[in-house]
Ligand binder design. Structure first.
Ligand code: MN
Length: 255
């Protein structure tokens, strides 16, 4: 928990305005101790992905301290534990997506940590300080087709994220034909794993573990979900969807 009394003191010291809870939150959470480029993971088969932006890239939506802890502690923790869990096994040679699709769901070490790595890499990659705020192209058409409208999609996704009990993720997934679905999974599970309540390839995902929002939002998960949509880059999400629809074309375009 954040050291609230100390921060209240620091607010009072700076000016005489009342220390609102909002002021306290900003004071507390903008204190980072490092930079994403300085983060190191243990050696292993799965490599650390760069964050791609500063911890304080989203001051109005996700506070810097949360970003720092989320990337440098939570994500790196999953990565290090995954590398340890697969070391010396056949899984060491597998790419992450086949590993998830062929998951032995009784192997909780690999299940939790492979999920944790994939989910966080997806989550961080979708965020942008100046995002495209609405889907375009094939994804926009598919959202209208499968949910009726963008607003109806957003309402259903928000509900899935709000209603996921305890720790987990909300998902927009696609099947191989491009049909979209919304759902949620518990813990670090994801829709690529066998036997999930929502199956398919994740197009977009939202972390609703308390570690992703508690410093800034405390128990107000719905406010965090609303803020997420202000930094979600629909161009990035749309490109993922295009790649699911046409994997070979996108792969050759990237080469
Ligand atoms: Mn997380």
């Amino acid at each position: 928990m954040a050291p609230r009394p100390m921060m209240l003191f620091s607010c009072e010291k700076k000016d005489n305005s009342p220390a609102t809870s909002e002021t306290v939150t900003i004071e507390e959470n903008n204190t980072t101790v490092g930079k994403p480029e300085e983060v190191k993971a243990d050696p292993g088969t799965f490599k650390l992905q760069p964050l791609g932006y500063a911890y304080d890239a989203f001051p109005n939506a996700i506070d810097a301290k949360t970003m720092e802890l989320h990337y440098s502690k939570h994500y790196v923790g999953y990565l290090n534990k995954l590398n340890k869990a697969v070391a010396g096994t056949a899984m060491e040679k597998m790419a992450l997506i086949p590993l998830l699709k062929n998951m032995d769901m009784n192997n909780s070490d690999v299940r939790n940590n492979a999920g944790g790595v994939f989910n966080h890499e997806l989550f961080f990659s979708q965020l942008k300080a100046s995002p495209a705020t609405k889907p375009t192209g094939a994804l926009a058409a598919a959202i209208d087709r499968d949910f009726g409208s963008y607003d109806a999609f957003k309402k259903a996704f928000t509900e899935a994220a709000a209603k996921r009990f305890g720790s987990g993720w909300a998902w927009l997934v696609s099947d191989e034909k491009g049909t979209l679905k919304i759902g949620s999974t518990a813990n670090q599970d994801n829709p690529l794993m066998p036997g999930m309540e929502v199956s398919g390839t994740p197009v977009m995902g939202l972390d609703v573990w308390e570690h992703s929002y508690y410093l800034k939002y405390q128990n107000k998960r719905p406010e965090y979900i609303d803020s997420f949509f202000t930094v979600l880059d629909w161009d990035t999400v749309g490109k993922r969807y295009d790649q699911i629809l046409n994997p070979t074309a996108t792969a050759s375009a990237q080469n």
